[in-house]
Design a protein. Structure first.
Length: 475
């Protein structure tokens, strides 16, 4: 019991020395160990504003290595992350002060755990891990594969893009001797500089007035370069050892297979097994891309919910497809996509632009899923405008991997090969619905745990509305 209490008090004391109390800004006396330090101005600013705490002996220990737990606590505070996610790391107990900070960090999406389900909050954070965290926080473009640092070869493959991106924006600097020091432990002073510089690229975040980060000394304090205990998994800064080739989460082949007036069919291939997240919003060239954490929450860069958003489980190298719906005719949209691996590491954001088709007077105006059962499913459908022309609504149900039939084939109740389908795989919504009135189409005869595509069309003769496709999944 004494040992547990002593450990708890040590953690609380460490947290209190790291984090100050946010209150009114006042000039704090300059601690003796930051006078003349390359980061004195920033450290003093943080002390004055209560972002950083000192030690009981009146020091700040700017050259002391910062831990993973301490670093996420600082980021959460300065970026205003308050929502907590569900975590199950074996080495982060609910009684530990860092538990809520790790839960916030995981929910925000900028850090994950190790492959063995640990987080290692007391481990020193390396400089390359800090670069990866910055890249995730700010959705930086990490496509560059190399840097100009003399020790570029020592930067892990999973971190090179992030280091190049963060260094390119002066978020994290190298040393005077031309090296980056990727495996060096990040110091408290360097942490303050990196987080301050990160805020520059997130102007909506209240808090710091950033100032340029001075270049750190090329001679860190002794003991600041411990060897990592494990090779981080894809995404870096997230932890975990494991053999084999390290692959940073990414998506490829992002395209659409079909676009209607109110729906679109999107395809992509993930590099890792995990889950894809997507959010759809009207496109504007003046609106920045959302961050990876915002995409995971179904939000745009403005923090608002997207027109459509969702998630799907993925397998590495397998094509994933999903429908987006709730769109408007003749409008340009952007679909933002990320993929996460099983450890929670996230890819950068991929963007797919598409423009919906122009509608006809009797076009489908709404297609969205309703209740999903094991062998039944409900789909909501609406067409036309109030007081408009009445029209029949035809539907066809096919396996998710089937080729798309043409509008004429759908109107005839056929598949892409021209084979005639029978109920329940095709039919008309009866009785004939009135325009602008939402109808419920109840599908039967389905197979459990199976994906389908449901096609809708209105019109007559040889004049048909744009085809709308909705993917559904039975339980």
């Amino acid at each position: 019991m004494k040992k547990t209490w002593r450990g708890l008090m040590t953690g609380i004391l460490g947290a209190s020395m790291l984090l100050g109390s946010l209150g009114s800004v006042s000039a704090a006396p300059a601690p003796k160990d930051i006078q003349g330090h390359w980061a004195q101005t920033q450290l003093q600013d943080w002390l004055n504003k209560g972002y950083l705490g000192g030690y009981p002996d009146g020091t700040v220990k700017p050259n002391k290595a910062i831990t993973r737990g301490e670093y996420v606590a600082l980021i959460n505070r300065l970026f205003g992350f308050k929502d907590t996610g569900t975590i199950s790391f074996t080495d982060v107990k609910k009684t530990n002060w860092v538990y809520s900070e790790v839960a916030k960090a995981v929910q925000a999406g900028y850090i994950g755990g190790y492959e063995n389900k640990t987080f290692r909050p007391a481990n020193p954070l390396t400089r390359q891990e800090a670069a990866v965290i910055a890249a995730k926080l700010l959705s930086l473009n990490t496509a560059a594969a190399s840097t100009t640092f003399k020790d570029n070869a020592q930067i892990a493959a999973w971190a090179k893009g992030a280091v190049a991106a963060a260094a390119g924006k002066k978020i994290i600097n190298g040393y005077p001797d031309g090296t980056f020091g990727p495996k060096r432990s990040l110091t408290r002073a360097e942490a303050v500089g990196i987080i301050s510089n990160s805020v520059v690229f997130k102007p909506s975040t209240p808090g710091l007035t950033p100032t340029p980060t001075p270049t750190p000394s090329a001679k860190p304090s002794p003991g600041a370069t411990p060897a990592p205990t494990a090779t981080p998994v894809p995404g870096g800064g997230s932890g975990g050892g494991g053999g084999g080739v390290i692959t940073t989460p990414s998506v490829s082949g992002v395209t659409y297979g079909h676009v209607g007036s109110v729906t679109a069919d999107v395809y992509l291939t993930p590099s890792v097994t995990g889950a894809i997240y997507y959010v759809v919003a009207p496109y504007s060239s003046s609106m920045p891309n959302p961050s990876a954490s915002q995409v995971k929450l179904g939000k745009t860069s403005a923090g608002t919910q997207g027109v459509n958003y969702g998630t799907k489980a993925t397998s590495a190298g397998s094509t994933v497809s999903f429908s987006v719906y709730g769109l408007q005719p003749n409008t340009e949209y952007a679909t933002y996509i990320i993929v996460t691996d099983t450890a929670g590491n996230m890819s950068t954001v991929s963007k797919l632009l598409l423009k919906t088709n122009t509608s006809t007077p009797t076009s489908i105006t709404l297609v969205e899923p309703g209740h999903m059962g094991t062998v039944t499913a409900d789909v909501y459908v609406k067409y036309g405008q109030t007081g408009g022309v009445s029209a029949p609504v035809r539907y066809v149900v096919l396996p998710a991997n089937a080729a798309n039939p043409t509008a004429a084939q759908i109107a005839a109740g056929q598949n892409s090969s021209g084979a005639q389908l029978a109920a329940p795989w095709t039919g008309w919504i009866t009785p004939a619905p009135s325009p602008a009135v939402r109808q419920t189409l109840s599908l039967t005869g389905l197979t459990a745990k199976t994906s389908y595509k449901v096609y809708f069309i209105t019109g007559s003769g040889s004049v048909w509305s744009p085809v709308e496709i909705l993917r559904i999944q039975t339980k």
